[in-house]
Design a protein around this ligand. Structure first.
Ligand code: ADP
Length: 493
């Protein structure tokens, strides 16, 4: 054999081996591919298919060979047999067709059909790629996108450098910038000169939190933003972290709620309250002066006309009325002071100590009528100290004042936890109150007694005001002759 022939034979053998290896590799790829691959002849009978396609059809590979597509998984075949017929007829591929199987186990595939024609075969190849998860994610993001688009709140996302990456229609309406004008720009264009550092600081804290604890929580702040037209709006800003697939912090979403109207209404209410408070205070103060004069002149008249009994009585009545009016005004002042508790800071107070102080202030009255007082252990709560002393003192003072003549007063003070509240009670064995007056007695100057019992009817109004301010409620249980229990609740925080 010539050397050339030997060389040619060697080359042939090695390329044969090479082809054999390639074929083996392709075979492995074909069998283990996660996409469904198959080849059907010109009569749409299965010739070859891999495990993945057999699994889609729900039958073993061998059960397919030689059988028509419509015999295998008729439900799916109903959809793709006409497509394969079209491919065979047109000899053109049909690409990226989405096929979804019926519920309950609904799945979606992206399918490609290619005509295959060579010297030996004529048929169609199919490639099924399962895109169910992709579709579900797409559906979720479509739904989410719809929510974001239809939200009344501005929803903006930004990078950690503060560059805007999304901007919903509500943001356009709220700030006056169309999306294309702000995308990629710094979100600081919404900041005012006073709060320019607010958002960068929050982003800095999110990053610091992630470094320290791994899971930043986001923040909610009231702030002010500047619109494109230069106007300012009050906003409630909720900043939440955005992570990438690997859990890395990559930015933040801002939900911005316009609270301008709410803030204005709040400010107007505060102004009105302040005006009312000043009015009540001034009225009470200014009334004192002429009253003092009336009293003074009536006393002068009284001393100058001692002999005239009728005039004496008139003058005495003027003096008495002036005194009473003075008491009413003093109590009204006390009430306005109890009303003026916006600025009062709550602090942790021990109610045992508060109650003992109130009892100390009432020591004389208590011993005067030989009252028995028992106090169960009381909690520590967040409240305004001086107002709480007044609250206990008014309630215990009333229990003494409205005692039953026939028995020594017995008073019991206690507290218990109920549904997130501390409920305090001051129980007495006094004269009691008919249920029809239970609401009325909390009004200003509302009382059920005449001049024989001292008082102006302001004590319970003050108590109610104090309890309301602390987020609680004041009420009572009582029957005439059966004693009374006054309750007040306080959030347990
Ligand atoms: P005042 O004691 O000055 O009249 P309050 O506002 O403290 O004013 O009480 C209003 C009314 O409620 C009282 O006039 C009294 O009739 C009734 N009252 C309050 N506490 C008790 C009590 N412990 N027992 C019976 N009646 C009470």
């Amino acid at each position: 054999m010539s050397r050339e022939l030997e060389q040619t034979q060697r080359n042939l053998k090695s390329s044969e081996e090479e082809s054999h290896h390639r074929l083996l590799e392709l075979e492995v790829l074909y069998r283990t591919a996660s996409v469904g691959l198959g080849f059907l002849d010109h009569e749409l009978r299965y010739v070859r298919l891999n495990e993945a396609l057999a699994a889609i059809n729900g039958l073993p590979v061998e059960a397919h060979i030689g059988r028509h597509a419509s015999e295998i998984n008729p439900e799916l075949a109903q959809i793709f047999v006409p497509m394969m017929e079209q491919v065979l007829a047109s000899k053109q591929p049909l690409l990226n067709v989405e096929i979804t199987s019926a519920p309950p186990c609904e799945r979606t595939w992206m399918v490609n059909f290619h005509p295959v024609s060579n010297a030996r075969t004529f048929g169609v190849s199919v490639v099924f790629q399962d895109i169910t998860v992709l579709k579900e994610t797409e559906d979720i993001s479509t739904r989410f996108g719809r929510i974001v688009r239809s939200s009344d709140d501005a929803i903006i996302s930004i990078t950690l450098d503060g560059a805007i990456t999304s901007w919903n229609p509500a943001a356009e309406g709220m700030f006056g910038y169309p999306a294309q004008e702000v995308m990629g720009k710094a979100v600081s264009l919404l900041a005012t000169s006073r709060n320019a550092n607010e958002l960068p600081d929050i982003l800095g804290r999110l990053q610091a939190q992630q470094l320290a604890e791994g899971l930043p929580q986001g923040e909610r702040v009231e702030s002010v933003c500047r619109r494109k037209d230069g106007h300012y709006i009050d906003v409630l800003l909720t900043v939440s972290p955005i992570y990438d697939r690997h859990g890395r912090l990559i930015g933040a979403s801002e939900i911005v709620r316009d609270i301008t109207q709410q803030k204005r209404a709040q400010a107007a209410l505060l102004r009105t309250n302040e005006e009312l408070r000043q009015f009540a205070f001034a009225a009470a103060h200014d009334l004192q002066e002429p009253l003092r004069n009336i009293g003074l002149h009536a006393q002068i008249l009284d001393s100058q006309h001692k002999q005239n009994t009728e005039a004496d009585e008139q003058v005495e009545s003027i003096i008495e009325s002036a005194r009473r009016m003075q008491t009413l005004i003093r109590d009204l002042l006390e009430y306005t002071e109890a009303v003026d508790i916006h600025g009062a800071q709550g602090e942790s107070i021990d109610c045992n100590e508060v109650c003992q102080t109130a009892l100390g202030n009432l020591a004389f009255a208590l011993s005067d009528c030989a009252a028995e007082v028992s106090v169960a252990p009381l909690p520590t709560v967040v409240a305004e100290h001086a107002h709480f002393i007044q609250l206990f003192q008014n309630l215990i003072g009333n229990a003494l004042k409205y005692r039953a003549k026939a028995r020594h007063p017995q008073i019991h003070v206690s507290a218990e936890q109920r549904d997130g509240y501390w409920v305090f009670s001051v129980k007495d064995n006094g004269i009691g109150i008919s249920p029809e007056y239970h609401d009325r007695i909390f009004g200003v100057f509302k009382r059920l007694h005449g001049r024989d019992v001292p008082g102006t009817g302001i004590g319970l109004a003050i108590c109610k005001r104090i309890v309301d301010h602390h987020g609680g409620r004041l009420w009572l249980e009582s029957e005439v002759g059966g004693g009374s229990t006054f309750y007040f609740s306080l959030p347990d925080c």
